[in-house]
Design a binder for this molecule. Structure first.
Ligand code: PLP
Length: 405
């Protein structure tokens, strides 16, 4: 038989968070090593249980969840999302503007597949959550990365966004709160992005999956709450704030000038119908999750576990000579910078691999988030303070040896 190769469509698709380093980690585990995994934003394995009332409701509804649902999702779930939109100021959203998906991931891919012709361009942040870049490439488009400026709290550089717009640009993606940087955008920066999108008639895609994981004085502003004269697609879901990543449950909300997007919306309907519907038992979790008590607040307020872990790992990391970090205001990641003079790193994937092999700790290299420099690492701060202390001690030891090379 001839060799079976992969589709050319995948030629430019790259998703390195689960890339080759993870394979080496699996092998090391199979060989009996214990690996400290600070690489994936998956709350449940770190003891962040989902709210019990959500689990109970899903169990209660299992019998009703045996068949397919409407392809866009259960009425009760979409109604709850619609009411959430009213609460957070996204105006005029109707049940039909809401699509449920098998996680935000499925909807990101779907939203790009429905939009892009070959070589259309989408402005994607750098650093980004790399699924966005991969989804644009898979749909035949060209991801064009705009700079988020570490020197300005990792805010998007709006002048850079504007300078990269061409006649082929279709959309701007924002991730707010941001993975990997933890930046939470101010209304002012969002207004600047809206102004650029308005001037060039671009769609805005806003990934807001961490909207409820905020620290200190951070306030999350949905960009769609600031603008109704553009077409905006907002993404959110149960994976992070409700610790239900395994349920694969997310949603996408269309708002603003939907009448100008009829053709695109028809495309979304085709793709939504083609996958029949998203996982129905998990859809039953949405109404309970969004309504009522938000237990995530206990974790992020002073004394809360996530907040304490963020503070601890920030202090520990920035105590290491030559390590700096913008303190995250949201989400569950640190994105520290290693001083290029003390720790010159030519290939950060190799660096992370060596760290894994020597210290049995698994991080993700900064370049996996589509930045050009190789001096950043992403660290998930879901483990307990104890484990974070052990982890940072290992990183420090490794860096000490690296500096002497
Ligand atoms: N968007 C961002 C910014 C993420 O960080 C993640 C997961 O880490 C996702 C989307 C994927 O979410 P889901 O589990 O809903 O597919």
């Amino acid at each position: 038989m001839n060799q079976i190769g992969q589709s050319e469509k995948l030629a430019k698709v790259c998703y390195d968070i689960r890339g080759p380093v993870l394979e080496v980690a699996k092998q090391l585990e199979e060989d009996g090593n214990r690996i400290l995994k600070l690489n994936i934003g998956n709350p449940a394995p770190f003891g962040f249980d989902a709210p019990d009332e959500i689990l109970q409701d899903v169990i209660r509804n299992l019998n009703n969840a045996q068949g397919y649902s409407d392809s866009k999702g259960l009425f009760s779930a979409r109604k709850a999302i619609m009411q959430e939109c009213q609460k957070i100021g996204i105006d005029g959203v109707d049940i039909e503007d809401i699509y449920l998906g098998n996680g935000v991931s499925e909807l990101i891919v779907m939203s790009m597949q429905a939009l892009l012709n070959n070589n259309d361009e989408v402005l994607v942040p750098a650093p980004d959550y790399p699924l966005w870049t991969a989804a644009v490439s898979l749909a035949g488009g060209n991801p064009v990365h705009y700079v988020c400026d570490e020197g300005a709290d990792w805010y998007p550089d709006v002048a850079d966004i504007e300078s990269k717009i061409t006649s082929r640009t279709r959309a701007i993606v924002i991730i707010n709160p941001n993975n990997p940087t933890g930046a939470v955008y101010s209304p002012e920066i969002l207004q600047d992005i809206i102004r650029v999108a308005r001037k060039h008639q671009l769609i805005i895609y806003s990934d807001e999956i961490y909207s409820k994981i905020l620290y200190d004085d951070a306030v999350h502003t949905p960009i769609a709450s600031l603008c109704d004269d553009l077409f905006i697609v907002t993404f959110n879901g149960l994976s992070k704030s409700y610790r239900l990543a395994g349920f694969r449950s997310g949603w996408m909300i269309l708002s603003g000038t939907r009448e100008a997007a009829n053709g695109y919306i028809e495309g979304l309907e085709i793709l939504s119908n083609m996958r029949l519907c998203s996982n129905v038992p998990a859809q039953f979790a949405v109404q309970t999750a969004l309504g009522g008590y938000q237990s995530i607040n206990e974790l992020i307020l002073p004394g809360g576990r996530l907040r304490e872990q963020r503070d601890a790992v920030y202090e520990l990391l920035t105590d290491i000579p030559g390590v700096s970090c913008v303190k995250p205001k949201g989400a569950i990641y640190m994105f520290p910078k290693l001083d290029p003079v003390m720790y010159p790193i030519a290939d950060d994937e190799k660096f992370v691999l060596e760290l894994l092999e020597k210290e049995k700790i698994l991080l993700v290299q900064g370049s996996a988030f589509n930045i050009k420099d190789t001096q950043h690492l992403r660290i998930v701060f879901l483990p307990t303070v104890d484990v974070l202390q052990q982890s940072v001690a290992k990183i420090e030891r490794f860096l000490g040896k690296w500096a002497q090379q």
